[in-house]
Design a protein around this ligand. Structure first.
Ligand code: UD1
Length: 364
């Protein structure tokens, strides 16, 4: 039996791609840490992606990194001891991933890390620290890209690494067309396809530091004068903008449409029919690439290097001029062939995750 530990938005999407295929191997018990707890960041994903509700809820909520990680560890330990799974399955790079990998290691339960080997080589970000720990402790490391496999080899973790493709791509392929058919987000916001930029911003390094937040505000304001921007506001970002006194000014910007966080189908529809995506999220960079929408990434580095190498993603940090230049340069891509979506797998990564786990169970 596999115990899956998930806690926030991108992990619900990843687990949706894998869960159905695990049924062929044995039981899956899902634990929701409660790192994300608002309906629009959590429950709506289970409904829209047709996932069974989690068997265990840890309800940890927000806190500092240490508080959140410690709470997840303390509450997960007895569940793990009671369920006594054959392995713990974790996804990505969040505090939920870190905490679950540590608890499993301490109880001598093998762990499997999906989206292993991703590196931005920036240890000042919490995600990089979380990935490194999950990969050092993991017994089976399932990678989205060859770059990730190579990173594991460079760290001496090659023997545990396997290339399976990207599980988020599975969901994007499956639900992308459904989102475009079902979502009414464009009608609701009175937008024409291709006439706006879809934006997200929530990374700690961009919103928690007031100087960086001010640069982010400038970037978004200037970019919205080139193309109108729809920005579903992550609760962290809303709170920081409010505290810094920026929210009202942003809301009054004519080209900036601030909305509440969107569910998977609405956000996917918004992204797929956008002219350009502006983001600091890892997942949205890749989803833009898969949808053939150019992306401006508000980070200095990315783990999804293939998107940049292809010319469909540009790293601009928080430099407003660089962002504007990238947006203008994308006019050239309007008649270009869409980028190759298959570099992230052809939609069968979830199945390959299950196959690798089956083979690995046979060997341990
Ligand atoms: C986390 C991940 C990040 C991932 C992101 C996806 C870590 C260290 N970071 O950041 O890698 O890209 O999820 O969204 O794990 N909040 C709410 N409602 C919620 C959840 C959070 O209001 O349902 C607010 C709280 O004020 C909280 C803040 O958002 O303090 C940040 O929450 P946190 O758990 O750190 O997650 P994210 O910032 O979303």
């Amino acid at each position: 039996m596999i115990l899956t530990v998930i806690g926030n938005r991108p992990q619900f999407v990843k687990a949706a791609a894998v869960g159905t295929h695990l049924r062929g191997i044995g039981d899956e018990v899902v634990v929701h840490t409660g790192q994300h707890y608002d309906r629009e960041l959590s429950e709506i994903f289970f409904e829209e992606l047709e996932m069974a509700p989690p068997a265990h809820q840890l309800d940890v909520g927000s806190g500092t990194h240490a508080e959140q990680t410690a709470k997840i560890m303390t509450r997960l330990e007895p569940v793990l001891a009671e369920v006594s799974p054959d392995a713990v399955l974790v996804y990505g790079d969040t505090n939920s991933t870190l905490a679950a990998a540590l608890v499993a290691a301490k109880l001598n339960v093998p762990s499997i890390h999906v989206e292993a080997g991703m590196r931005s080589f920036d240890r000042s970000t919490p995600e990089e620290v979380n990935r490194i720990v999950a990969d050092s402790l993991g017994d089976l490391l399932l990678c989205s890209t060859q770059t990730a496999v190579d990173n594991l080899v460079a760290e001496g973790r090659g023997p545990q690494g396997r290339l399976v493709g990207d599980v988020m791509a599975d969901v994007a392929f499956r639900f992308g067309p459904i989102a475009e058919r079902r979502s009414l987000i464009l009608e609701r916001l009175e937008l024409e396809p291709g006439s706006y930029a879809a934006a997200t911003a929530h990374r700690a390094e961009n919103v928690d530091d007031p100087a960086n937040l001010s640069r982010l505000v400038t970037l978004l304001t200037e970019a919205s004068r080139i193309t109108p921007i729809v920005l579903p506001l992550h609760p962290r970002t809303r709170a920081r903008l409010e505290a810094g006194g920026w929210l009202e000014a942003l809301d009054n910007e004519e080209g900036l449409i601030l909305v509440d966080p969107l569910g998977y189908l609405d956000f996917t529809c918004l992204l797929r029919t956008a002219k350009v995506v502006l983001t600091d999220s890892g997942g949205a960079q890749k989803e833009a690439y898969l949808a053939g929408v150019p992306c401006v990434t508000m980070r200095e580095r990315t783990e999804w290097v293939e998107t940049v190498e292809s010319g469909w993603n540009t790293l601009v940090g928080l430099d407003a001029k660089a962002a504007a230049a990238a947006m203008h340069s994308y006019a050239e891509l309007e008649d270009a062939e869409p980028p190759d979506p298959l570099i992230y797998g052809d939609g069968d990564a979830g199945e390959r995750v299950a196959e690798e786990i089956r083979g690995w169970f046979g060997s341990i």
